[in-house]
Design a protein around this ligand. Sequence first.
Ligand code: ADP
Length: 523
Amino acid sequence: MYALIVSNVSFLTAVPPVIVKLAEPEQRLDTCIEFTVWGYPQPQLRWFHKQKEIIENDYIRTEMGFYQDYLEGCLTFQNPTHINNGNYTLEASNAMGTVTKTVYGHFLENPDEPVTPPHSGPPDEDTFGVSIAVGLAGFACVLLLVLFVLINKYGRRSKFGMKGPVAVISGEEDSASPLHHVNHGIITPCTLDAGPDAVVIGMTRIPVVENPQYFRHGHNCNKPATLVQHIKRRDIILKRELGEGAFGKVFLAECYNLSPTKDKMLVAVKTLKDPNLSARKDFQREAELLTNLQHDHIVKFYGVCVDGDPLIMVFEYMKHGDLNKFLRAHGPDAMILVDGQPLQSNGELGLSQMLHIATQIASGMVYLASQHFVHRDLATRNCLVGNGLLVKIGDFGMSRDIYSSDYYRVGGHTMLPIRWMPPESIMYRKFSTESDVWSFGVILWEIFTYGKQPWFQLGNNEVIECITQGRVLERPRICPKEVYDIMLGCWQREPQQRLNIKDIQKVLFAMGKATPVYLDILG
Ligand code: ADP
């Protein structure tokens, strides 16, 4: 059973379970009998089919989420046949009582039997027996509680906006927070398409999902497959290691026959060693995705090399590496070491350079938003710096091995960049252009702190508590009020109230033009 979420804080009094919804099977990704159960403490669920309790396995399993007082989810079937036809009884129980409800599930005709209409007869005797014993008591509860459920479900949403304990808490605390006046929007928890991994930290469930956009390209029957350019292995000469990525090492290389004007050029190549099938698929997806994203502030992707091992992706070389390292190297504490001795400062970034960096990232994001692409992992570590303070968004992977302290490990191997994530992404894994805007606010904060880690003084659990309770990062010492106002505009709790990336880009551009360049650190 996936994704059981338990809140450790609740303001509810105990209530017996109510099966608010139990729908007939419906074909989704898998076939689903959708249910909603209400009750507190969290009801335990059991399913019955043909006199027997269902033991979950790969083919039949429950996928659900518990949001304060609602259990919502699916009894999911993989490739059901006529053997699965029949009544399905859901039994929900907690310390306050037990209720059941039955629904008929018709999947396929039995090829060996004449067809009988599914709803014509009484329910299966046995399951009917199970349900009737507790059903009457449950029915009384249902009647009494239906009104309360409705008030609770809709009334509370309009008062606190979001369902779930975090919304309740944020209503109580942080009256000084710049966000406290914001009305929270209704965010429907996406339990039904829940991925296989989820963790519970404090009060918060962190679900784990793949970025669905990786499936947009080449996997759509109506769209021609993306043509990823192939580069010959003999045309790539590795020179030195640049860094370590999620897939494998990143190297500086020379690449022949790439440019029509030069016979060779410097490139950065990302390698993927000994890929298993799923890693190959990820690789292919990222390559297709990158081929389709082309903009002045998105790192240029040249193609792949897949003849032999390792698999290689070829990118334009960005001389100054990732933006986070760059910011740190151009902060007040950075020194160039000469013969192991700190000697000379690298040159501190000034306000106009910071604004220039931020404007370029915003411009890349305006493009991503225009492509309806949600990045989900915007941070300075995923931007690259080239000649002349040229900055590009440079990374479209999701799981990370380097900068590992920036990610929260969930469900085995998946890492989430919680310090850059808004409350709705942390709580309900809702990612959107607006959640990218939140991350952009954090990028601004990183820029104006010369690459500090957001919430560096806090552990991951504390960060989650802080963000979900509505706290925001403080104004960096050197950050002008106008820029901090943009950050606050990115960190509005309600996604629709956040600033629009186009407007942010315009304002930053205008500020940059009005700010004199007083230190030219890069040629
Ligand atoms: P992954 O996407 O696999 O996590 P990254 O893109 O984060 O890999 O790359 C790891 C490191 O390699 C970066 O932090 C950066 O220092 C370096 N790097 C990556 N791409 C380039 C590039 N195009 N030009 C220069 N350095 C790069």
